[in-house]
Design a protein around this ligand. Structure first.
Ligand SMILES: Cc1cc2nc3c(=O)[nH]c(=O)nc-3n(C[C@H](O)[C@H](O)[C@H](O)COP(=O)(O)O)c2cc1C
Length: 177
């Protein structure tokens, strides 16, 4: 088995210069500080379209997506979402895996990066929303089907920080030749 070495790391750097998709993937970071400026509706539509064009098992599209633009609702719950101006709620069937929605979520985050927007996926807030009765009014507004649950929330907005990349463990990858 072979590991990734430093010349592989250089290969990706030069590939990024040629390939804007790779550049977008490599430059995405989780954003936890946002400008106080709502994302334009058209841009949120583009993110949703990018999301639902993700692959899904048997093209089952096992997700329900709720894009929150209601300023009053956002103002009530913004502190749960790093004060982002908008959030995209991803819901999945209660009796199904979340893989499909994970792929949808990454599509949204990469598309956002390509459009100068920042995102962060928020599992901790979702755990709280799903477990604490004080968030029932938030869940009610999502109008999720009975057989679905809230799985991910993606905060989205114009970034007000430029975090450094966190280290990646290249030893997780082995090539079998
Ligand atoms: C499923 C999932 C849940 C996450 N939940 C949280 C969270 O609750 N709070 C948070 O600040 N970041 C959360 N993150 C963001 C990760 O901390 C972040 O992706 C990771 O540290 C790598 O950093 P990067 O996204 O900047 O590359 C989550 C990411 C994923 C994929």
């Amino acid at each position: 088995m072979m590991a990734i070495n430093s010349s592989d790391a250089q290969t990706i750097n030069s590939a990024m210069e040629q390939n804007p998709v790779l550049k977008t993937i490599m430059e995405r970071r989780s954003i936890r500080k946002y400008m106080d400026k709502p994302v334009e509706h058209e841009k949120l539509e583009i993110l949703a379209m990018a999301g639902i064009n993700a692959p899904s098992s048997h093209n089952g599209q096992q997700w329900q997506v709720r894009v929150i633009e209601d300023k009053k609702l956002m103002a009530e719950y913004k502190s749960m979402f790093y004060d982002a101006p908008n959030v995209i709620c991803i819901c999945t069937p209660k009796e199904n895996s979340e893989y499909n929605a994970g792929l949808l979520s990454e599509n949204i985050m990469i598309a956002a990066q390509s459009m100068g927007l920042g995102t962060v996926c928020l599992a901790a807030s979702v755990r709280l929303i799903n477990s604490d009765a004080q968030y029932k009014s938030f869940l009610d507004r999502l109008e999720i089907s009975e057989d679905y649950k809230l799985s991910y929330v993606i905060a989205v907005g114009y970034p007000a920080e430029q975090p450094q990349a966190k280290p990646r463990d290249v030893s997780k990858v082995k090539f079998i030749k």
